[in-house]
Design a protein around this ligand. Structure first.
Ligand code: PLP
Length: 391
């Protein structure tokens, strides 16, 4: 247990509502009983509604990476030509999973901090032999960049060979606009510890018609992650293996809360909080990693100022109760990342900005923490008003 109140501002696991925490401590039930079946169906149909699919959502016990692996092994065969569009660390992971199972992976590598360009993708798809699948990341958590997913998917769906569209939606689903069927996405994955407001442990896979058809010919080895078994048991309201029941208790509450708030309201709240995070960090003199127009509504990344060393700065923020993420892979020690998905309000970010400002000041940077916190609140409020007027 944390010894003091923490403002947990990492991009997952996210803070969980008390209601979720209480639900997660309920007694165990029989995972082959009717009560469990009702819970599984309620969560699955709730997620279908929230992400705009009339097809199936499979709930798998594991982390998001497990669902990425499941997406690959259930739809592809060794030797299949796959194009991976990578804009950061998690895009690279998707490509490496496909390679680990023998896919012939080409990469469209985008400079970290930028979004993928649909025109560049169209050019590449037109210039090469057809691909069996294209791997896309919706929201790249390592850089705080949101891809123009709808446009990217449209390009893939118009490409020769009609490639499958496999999407890592792990850190965006539930928090930002997403229409699985209408946008033409064949398979998208997420995980319980992100905008869904539950603890880590449940992976989510929404499987469309074309992905399901692909399963019949896909030859990559699979056992634990096999969708055929998951589906066969889901039809009976069960999972093939013992599931993370406690996490499902929490996820059920998270999904209920999101449905009660309403998709558009949830998306607008995340947009407002993100505007607050961006304004607050900029008021502290930090430069944002993502360009305007491609900034993520769920995670904001900023460059560390020259001369600021991440380990002592991070330790100091943590000693004041603020927990922020650092950079990953080649961005380690160069950026910081604010997570703001799930249970989050503008005031949480403004408070985080204030504490970060005080820490920066104590590390020799001339900043005004209170003014930055105020700028954060103002920007979030202006965004809320803007969204309300636009409706
Ligand atoms: C975009 C993205 N993809 C994949 C993952 C991996 O998920 P997990 O850590 O649950 O395996 C994450 C987790 O941070 C993520 O944000």
């Amino acid at each position: 247990m944390p010894t003091m109140h923490q403002n947990l501002r990492i991009p997952g696991p996210t803070p969980i509502p008390d209601e979720v925490r209480e639900a997660q401590s309920a007694p165990m039930i029989d995972h082959r009983g009717t009560e469990f079946g009702e819970m599984l169906r309620e969560i699955g149909s709730g997620i279908c509604e929230l992400i705009g699919t009339a097809h199936e959502v499979l709930l798998l016990t594991g982390s998001g990476t497990g669902a990425m692996e499941a997406a690959i092994v259930n739809t592809l065969s060794a030797g299949d030509r796959v194009l991976s569009v990578s804009i950061g660390s998690f895009g690279d992971r998707f490509a490496r999973i496909a390679e680990a199972y023998g896919a012939a992976v080409d990469r469209l590598e985008v400079e970290w901090g930028l979004a993928a360009d649909p025109a560049e993708l169209a050019h590449m798809l037109a210039a090469r032999d057809p691909y069996r699948a294209v791997l896309l990341t919706h929201n790249e958590t390592s850089t705080g960049v949101a891809n123009p997913l709808r446009e990217l998917v449209a390009v893939v769906r118009a490409a020769p060979g009609d490639p499958l569209v496999l999407v890592d939606g792990i850190s965006g689903l539930g928090a930002m606009p997403f229409e699985t069927d209408a946008w033409g996405i064949d398979l998208v994955v997420s995980a319980s510890q992100k905008a869904w407001m539950a603890s880590p442990g449940i992976a989510i896979a929404a499987v469309g018609e074309r992905a399901r058809t692909a399963e019949a010919t896909a030859r990559m080895p699979r056992y634990y992650w096999g969708f055929v078994e998951a589906r066969r048991w889901a039809e009976k309201g069960q999972t093939p293996w013992t599931p993370a029941i406690s996490v499902l208790y929490g996820l059920r509450v998270g999904v209920r809360r999101l449905r009660a708030e309403g998709r558009e309201a949830t998306w607008a709240r995340h947009q407002a909080v993100a505007a607050g995070a961006q304004a607050g960090l900029e008021a502290l003199g930090l430069r944002l990693v993502a360009p305007a127009g491609h900034r993520s509504p769920t995670v904001t990344a900023a460059w560390l100022p020259d001369g600021l060393e991440w380990p002592p700065f991070n330790a100091d923020m943590r000693s004041r109760g603020l927990v922020v993420a650092g950079g990953q892979d080649k961005l380690a020690g160069r950026i910081l990342r604010f997570g703001h998905m799930g249970m989050v309000e503008p005031a949480d970010l403004a408070e985080a900005v204030r504490v970060m400002g005080e820490t920066l000041r104590d590390h020799g940077h001339a900043v005004d923490p209170s003014a930055a916190a105020e700028a954060s609140m103002t920007a979030a409020g202006a965004t809320v008003e803007g969204v309300a007027t636009a409706r």
